[in-house]
Structures are given as structure tokens and as C-alpha cells.
Design a protein around this ligand. Structure first.
Ligand SMILES: [Zn+2]
Length: 387
């Protein structure tokens, strides 16, 4: 049996204990008493030192608690020390979660069905299929108010049969450890908590996400909330600098710039199409007809997409008796376009050549295109089309 010191004093960091049992490799230790919190109830385990060895995991085995260390420990009695920065951060998040869950019930009658304390961010799942942002913001405001009221957070031991008024019913029998926020909340919980709501610090709700039939709320308390707000402001400042404006004007400036970019893009596409039309006609005029009166041209590009070639091909083959072969070498691709009076079917001509070359693609009777594995195969197809 390990005595759980953290149950009665979540502020205890240094303690001395006897080693009751250890694993063969002396890296798993069982102590007669421990202040190390084991992973449970949504709260991650503590870290710290046992006789100078780093504690890497703490596991609740019900009767006793296993402490896994990075190096072997041989001593019969050990000095232990809990990493306080990590523990206090966990206390801020966990007490903050109790407070938020209590407020969601108080304000809107919405229950919390689960809680996860993460490395960076914590979440609680609300038992509702949807919730408006204005309610979430109201809950955030109310929770922060309760922080400023600096209400006591107390731990009491009560019999399961007589412990009334709990936020959540518990299936446990016997003695319950009840954590209460004065005037706001009572719930059975084994976690470590701060003693006054003021110690939770600021509470900041961030993302909302629908998970099946619940709404997941991301939140940060205390040091985490301040750290995130600082990071948010840095991002906003950098963004404002990029726009040469003040943080307050970023949304307006961003939408103005975005509209300008869209307008520029529309104009560019229009000019590209116009240019392709001119180039197609120019190429047509510069291409002498063969013995059958057909003008046949090959256009090559080292790299890029077929987009530009398609526009050119369309313009070229809009003229009578015209055949255009477009080639992009990287990635290897070919385009075949013909005029309506050419007597050729672009798709039916190109498709078998593509298959033969191990490539793929297709098209209609006026225009077809495809990709082929490698430049050699590309050359063979172009030769075949040119014949
Ligand atoms: Zn709890």
C-alpha cells in the first residue's frame, strides 16, 4: 500500500520515503508514501527525482503506485522531489477545468462528459451536439469572474451514500474524495488542485470542435493562457508589420489585399488567354501548309503545366486544316490538338500511343493529352504523331 501524500497536500514537493519493492532492473520503485501523481482522471503523471534518478512515468496500480526511473535506484530510503513547474501547471489546468465545467452547468445546464489535459492544450467535451460561440464566451467571462472572486477550493472525504449535490454521480462506494469550489461545484476527483480559484489565473477558451455528438472546447489556464496570448500577439504584430499597418487594422487590410490579388489573378488569366490567341494565330501564319494543305506545328516547353499550351493549341486549331503537338519535358507530357476539318480524331490517335508507351491520358476528337514515363517515350510519341 502506498500512502498518497498528494491527496491531502497538493503543494508538497519534497519528501522522504522507504522503498517497499522494486523491479529486477531497479528502475521501477514502490514507495511507502508518495507525492508523485500517477496518470489518472485526465491529469498526466508528475516527473521529478527519486534519489537523484529522473522519474519518467508514474502508474496507478490501485493498491500501490509504480515509479519508473531513467536509471536504477538501489537505496532503501530515498529523497524525492516533484518537478513543481509541471505539477503547478497541471493544478491550474485541472482546477480550471472543474471551474469551467461548473460554469457551463450553472449558466446553460450543459454537462461535461470528458476532460483531457494535454502537453500544450487541454480540452473538455460538452454533452451538446452544438453550441454558439456567444455562450462559450459568456462561460469564459463567468469563469474568469469566479477566479477574481478567489473562492476556496476544498478537499473533503465523504461517504458515497451521503455525499449529495455532486456535479456528476459516481459509481464508487465507500469514502469519496470530494473537490469543491465554494458555492459553485462539488465533484468526486482524485486530482491535484490549487487552494483558491485565484491561483488558476486567467482562463482562455480557444477552438471549438464538433466530435460526434459533443462539442470539444480547447482551453488554457494560468501560465499557459498568458504564454498563448503572448504568442498570439507576436503573430498578430508580425502580420501587421507585413501589411505595414496596426494590429487592429489587420482583418480589414487582409481582405482588401486579398480582393486585389483576386482581381489581379482574374486580369492575368484574361491576358494569358488573349496572348495565347495571338500566339496561336501568329504560329498558324508562320507555319507553311504541307502537300495536303495541313499546317502542322510542334510547340515545346522544358517544364510547367499544359495550361498555356492548351490555350495556344485551341487558338491554332480554330483555324482551318491545323494540327498542333504540344510537348512538356518535365514532367513528361504531350498534347495533341486538331482542327475540325483535319480529318483526324485527336483522342483516338493519341490514346493507343499513350498506352503503348506505358503512359495515360485521353481527350475528345479535337484535343487530347497525357503523361508518359520519361523523355524517350515522349520523343517516340511525338515522332509517331508527326508522321
Ligand atoms: Zn477532476
Amino acid at each position: 500500500m502506498s500512502e498518497r501524500l498528494y491527496y491531502n497536500d497538493s503543494y508538497l514537493r519534497d519528501f522522504r520515503a522507504r522503498v517497499l519493492d522494486r523491479s529486477e532492473d531497479r528502475r521501477i520503485l514502490y514507495l511507502d508514501r508518495t507525492a508523485f501523481y500517477p496518470t489518472s482522471g485526465g491529469q498526466p503523471h508528475d516527473v521529478g527525482l527519486i534519489a537523484g534518478a529522473a522519474v519518467v512515468d508514474v502508474v496507478d496500480e490501485e493498491e500501490r503506485i509504480a515509479h519508473r526511473t531513467a536509471s536504477p535506484v538501489d537505496a532503501a530510503e530515498v529523497d524525492c522531489c516533484v518537478d513543481w513547474a509541471r505539477r503547478f501547471d497541471h493544478m491550474q489546468q485541472h482546477s480550471g477545468q472543474h471551474l469551467l465545467s461548473a460554469v457551463f452547468i450553472e449558466q446553460f445546464g450543459i454537462e461535461t462528459c470528458s476532460f483531457h489535459l494535454g502537453e500544450e492544450i487541454s480540452t473538455l467535451d460538452l454533452e451538446v451536439p452544438a453550441i454558439g460561440m456567444e455562450k462559450v464566451i459568456a462561460a469564459e467571462r463567468r469563469a474568469n469572474q469566479a477566479v477574481w472572486e478567489n473562492r476556496p477550493i476544498l478537499v473533503t472525504y465523504e461517504d458515497a451514500l451521503s455525499a449529495g449535490d455532486l456535479r456528476k454521480p459516481t459509481g464508487r462506494a465507500g469514502t469519496l474524495r470530494v473537490v469543491s469550489i465554494e458555492g459553485l461545484d462539488r465533484i468526486a476527483c482524485g486530482g491535484t488542485h490549487v487552494r483558491l480559484t485565484g491561483e488558476i489565473g486567467p482562463i482562455l477558451i480557444r477552438r471549438l470542435e464538433k466530435i460526434r455528438n459533443t462539442m470539444r472546447v480547447e482551453f488554457l489556464c494560468g501560465g499557459r493562457a498568458v504564454k498563448r496570448a503572448r504568442a498570439d500577439y507576436d503573430l498578430l504584430t508580425r502580420t501587421a508589420q507585413a501589411f505595414s499597418t496596426s494590429p487592429d487594422d489587420v482583418p480589414q487590410m487582409a481582405s482588401v489585399q486579398l480582393e486585389a490579388v483576386r482581381e489581379g489573378e482574374r486580369l492575368r488569366r484574361k491576358l494569358d488567354a488573349e496572348l495565347a490567341r495571338y500566339q496561336g494565330r501568329e504560329l498558324y501564319d508562320a507555319t507553311p501548309p504541307d502537300a495536303h494543305g495541313v499546317r502542322r506545328a510542334v510547340r515545346r516547353a522544358a517544364r510547367g503545366s499544359m495550361e498555356e499550351l492548351r490555350a495556344l493549341a485551341q487558338s491554332f486549331t480554330a483555324q482551318p486544316k491545323a494540327v498542333l503537338i504540344g510537348v512538356v519535358e518535365d514532367p513528361s507530357a504531350v498534347l495533341f490538338a486538331v482542327s475540325a476539318d483535319s480529318g483526324l480524331d485527336a483522342g483516338k490517335t493519341l490514346q493507343p500511343l499513350l498506352i503503348q508507351a506505358g503512359g495515360r491520358g485521353g481527350g475528345n476528337e479535337r484535343m487530347a493529352q497525357g503523361s508518359v514515363p520519361g523523355v524517350d517515350k515522349l520523343r517516340a510519341i511525338v515522332d509517331a504523331l508527326n508522321r
